[in-house]
Design a protein around this ligand. Structure first.
Ligand code: MN
Length: 175
């Protein structure tokens, strides 16, 4: 993660910050989950996309932070770009860290577990993301899971909600 250690970070007016899930047709289709924390978008690549089924843990590979202005990016990343391919804003909204580390999401990430509520158009309710020791090497594998609440949905498949939450767009020939 980038060295974004703010000096005496000011306490935000509201504990809520923004999140996005981008659907990305790179060489391998995946979803990118990003949380606005510490002035950047802390990011994970999620090969199978989010699941609203509390029984399902989705692999979420921690990737480099992205700048805040990437939050609502939709379009096509060029061929010479790592991750070339089409991107839509699959979901976006606000999140609120909850639990004992709610006041310091960066500390929670360092500890390897972040609990949060999502206020998106598709993703709502309580979620958790936690670091695992799976995989090894340079890859940092996390697991992203829905908690049981009224927004849980057994056997959920993100492909059943294909349209951009921002524009309504479904890229032609893509699903
Ligand atoms: Mn991506």
């Amino acid at each position: 993660m980038a060295s974004t250690t703010p000096e005496a970070a000011p306490r935000a007016e509201t504990p809520r910050a923004r999140f996005v899930v981008q659907k990305h047709w790179a060489r391998n289709l995946h979803y990118d989950f990003r949380l606005e924390i510490g002035g950047a978008l802390v990011s994970w690549a999620v090969p199978k996309g989010p699941s609203k089924d509390p029984k399902v843990k989705r692999l979420a590979i921690h990737v480099e932070d992205h700048p805040l202005d990437y939050l609502l990016f939709e379009g096509t990343l060029p061929e010479n770009d790592y991750g070339a391919g089409e991107v839509i804003v699959w979901d976006f909204g606000e999140f609120e860290a909850v639990g004992p580390e709610a006041d310091d999401a960066l500390a929670a990430l360092r500890e390897g577990v972040l609990r949060f509520d999502l206020y998106g158009t598709k993703l709502r309710g309580q979620w958790v993301i936690l670091k695992t020791k799976m995989g090894g090497g340079k890859r940092e594998n996390w697991l992203w899971q829905k908690n049981q609440d009224e927004f849980a949905q057994p056997d959920y498949d993100p492909e059943t909600e294909p349209a951009s939450a921002l524009s309504g767009k479904i890229p032609s020939g893509k699903r």
